[in-house]
Design a protein. Sequence first.
Length: 214
Amino acid sequence: MHTVNKIFTKIDGGEAYLEGLLEIPLTDGIPPCVVICHPNPRGGGNMFNNVVDGVSQSLNSNGIATLRFNFRGVGSSTGEFGNGTSEVFDAIRVLEHTSSLNTVDGSRIGVMGYSFGAGVALESTIESDIVKAVVSVACPQRHFSTFGTVEILQPKLLICGDRDHDFPASQFNFLSGRFTKPCQSEIITGADHFFRGHESILGDLTSDFFSGIL
């Protein structure tokens, strides 16, 4: 367990100022960092969601810094909801900001997203060479299916609950197999789309994955 330095920040997103929370575990060296994208704000999603919080804590405990942020129009972030397109731009700007920091290793940056944020994370991985690895948690099926048809070269971890109302496990397994390698997929037994009570195993899977790459 590491002591964590928490820094609230405002990030210039170009079209909006984005509220962020940078959490840096105090380690001997300069840590890698994972940018975390939250679920759909129209469903109440923000950077303090239970999945975002649980994954961030697990990563910090394993010596990996995190930068979670609110998409435009959420919390103290300015601007208005962009239905996914503008949020990809937000994520890319946050990745660029993260890679420029002297408190984290800009050559070891990953991105993780949950639900709506998973689609944003996967799309930003396609568009940004800053990303060295990506984790997708409970990406909605209608978006997930499209990412298996494009080339994503970075290592990927794809996670879904076996009780997800949006995504039958058999379909998740089939579509995961269409992703470009390297790709790892995991189904969490007993978890629905919201992962209540399963934050710990979700955090462990994510931390183990990023620790082996970043």
